[in-house]
Design a protein around this ligand. Structure first.
Ligand code: ADP
Ligand code: ZN
Ligand code: MG
Length: 511
């Protein structure tokens, strides 16, 4: 198979995502009072409503509607005041009602968009430089380093409910084929789920990955879900087709399931783009089918050929009255939206003078930004860039530290009391304990000496000893000062301030 960058010279990849997010932070299910929980014993959080017993009547969860409206507002959607719940009929044991309650052509949230900031190596995947965004609304401009911004349209976000979890035993990799027994856990049945569908605006695996990442950060910030791809509370299907560069007509798409990490999403799309290109270049056709990503084999395999018509008998649910959201309700949702990652990032750049990449890293995850802001609390303004630097470059996992420890280490660094390398040692020493960094520094005798009265004798001693290097310096080899600084550092057992040593040496040599 050809590689991605070769394929994308001739072909344009067209990608659309369907992203399911469980509203894990709610207390109860979508249409009943059953507890939402992931680790209770099977079939303990069930009732006549979520099991679909005759005569049981659903009552919508107001907080779930609030969550989806917040999700819609945060992704620039138009909130539809009037919408209806539908029944989507199918037979499978994971939904004992024999229909899933979902929404029809009008969802709570319609026509939104997210802007992606594509940087670094990922930006190189998009090969055409003067491209237009998919809706033709703007020209995509590249920065000098190749990074670019692109708007991705969101078709809709609708409300639905999750099905039960099925466990198959005895077969291969937990799949139903070859299994001797199948178990059903209805605890998950009726979990509030929101499905976001994008327009086919994404053009590279990297853009798809970034979209998913940005959405995850947004939903986490809203506090509507833990958004864990690992545990399945956030799941993504990737739709992909190819068309010859320069043509407009959409090709036949395949749909990829079983994507449970950002890396899988990227790699599955990359594989599928290359596979489709090979089929098409050999004169074959792409069938509209559902494929399964196999992370261990790094390929996709056919699951099923897509049913051609909608056989779901989609119809308005007679048990649920159409919804009319009031302006007050929408306004209340609006007021609950905290500062979103994008705005936070801009604020960090503007108020604290952080580099864009650092700001992005600190603003993205709400837990990281909360930690960062706690560390800032009470710090002098000029220490803030150091705190950011320590967070981005030194702290491997902030959850093993206290914010105050990071602040103290940063203050020591900013005051030239310790070096960057020493800061790393202090962090290693603290390792999950309550230790005060100042005490660690003192106990290890690390405190960097910047006081001239202590440094001056060392400088004089080194200059007296290294006459060869001093002569070289006077002969024009200014670089030799590096060696002299090294000697001073050694003589001070690593505790002297190298910047100050350099200054003192220079003033002696130039005198
Ligand atoms: P389906 O009827 O198969 O569910 P939809 O039109 O509802 O298809 O679209 C599902 C997802 O697939 C959306 O994210 C959409 O952007 C994307 N999509 C639709 N057509 C294509 C295509 N030809 N190539 C790639 N993605 C597509
Ligand atoms: Zn229930
Ligand atoms: Mg569809």
């Amino acid at each position: 198979m050809k590689r991605l960058n070769e394929v994308l010279k001739d072909w344009e990849a067209v990608i659309g995502l369907e992203i399911h997010t469980e509203l894990t932070t709610l207390d109860t299910k979508m249409f009943c009072n059953c507890k939402l929980s992931h680790d209770d014993p099977p079939n303990t959080n069930v009732c006549p409503v979520c099991l679909g017993m005759p005569g049981a009547l659903p009552v919508p969860n107001k907080k779930a509607i609030q969550s989806i409206v917040m999700a819609g507002l945060a992704t620039n959607c138009e909130i539809q005041k009037h919408s209806t719940f539908y029944r989507k009929h199918y037979f499978y044991p994971d939904m004992s009602k024999n229909f899933q309650t979902t929404q029809g052509s009008v969802a709570f949230c319609m026509h939104g968009h997210l802007r992606l900031n594509v940087t670094g190596d990922g930006a190189k995947e998009r090969p055409v430089w003067e491209d237009m965004s998919s809706d033709g609304s703007e020209e995509i401009k590249r920065e000098k380093d190749g990074s670019y911004q692109v708007p991705i349209r969101i078709q809709r976000i609708h409300m639905e409910e999750d099905a039960a979890k099925m466990v198959h035993e005895g077969g291969e990799e937990g799949r139903i084929s070859g299994a001797s027994e199948s178990f059903i856990d209805y605890n998950r049945c009726g979990t509030p789920l929101i499905e976001l569908v994008t327009e086919p605006d994404l053009r590279t695996p990297e853009e798809a990955r970034l979209f998913m990442e940005e959405l995850q950060q947004t939903f986490k910030t809203l506090g509507i879900s833990d958004c864990s791809m690992e545990s399945g509370s956030m799941r993504c299907d990737g739709n992909i087709s190819l068309r010859r560069r320069g043509t407009k007509e959409l090709g036949t798409k395949t749909e990829m399931k079983n994507i449970n990490s950002f890396k899988s999403l990227h790699d599955a799309l990359e594989f599928e783009i290359c596979r489709q290109a090979e089929v098409l270049e050999e004169g074959g056709v792409i069938y509209q089918e559902t494929r399964h990503w196999e992370p261990s084999r790094k390929c996709t395999i056919v699951m099923r050929v897509k049913e051609t018509a909608d056989d779901y008998r989609l119809m308005p649910d007679p048990d649920l009255a159409p919804f009319d959201l009031t302006d007050d309700f929408i306004e209340e949702c609006h007021s609950k939206i905290p500062e979103l990652p994008d705005a936070k990032c801009k604020r960090y750049e503007k108020d604290y003078g952080l580099k864009s990449a650092d700001a992005q890293q600190l603003a993205g995850d709400p837990e990281v930004s909360a930690f960062f802001e706690e560390a800032l609390d009470g710090a002098k303004k000029k220490v803030i860039p150091t705190i950011a630097n320590v967070m981005v470059n030194l702290v491997p996992s902030y959850n093993k530290l206290r914010a105050k420890q990071v602040r103290t280490i940063s203050e020591l660094l900013a005051a030239d009391q310790i070096t960057f390398a020493q800061a790393r040692e202090v962090l290693a020493d603290i390792d999950g304990t309550d230790k005060d960094p100042e005490k660690v520094v003192d106990a290890q005798g690390m405190r960097q000496v910047s006081d001239d009265s202590a440094l001056e004798p060392i400088v004089e001693e080194v200059l007296g000893r290294c006459t060869g290097q001093v002569n070289q310096y006077h002969d024009g080899n200014k670089k030799v000062i590096g060696y002299l600084v090294g000697q001073c550092m050694k003589a001070s057992k690593g505790r002297g301030n190298p910047k100050r040593f350099n200054e003192l040496l220079r003033s002696h040599l130039e005198a």
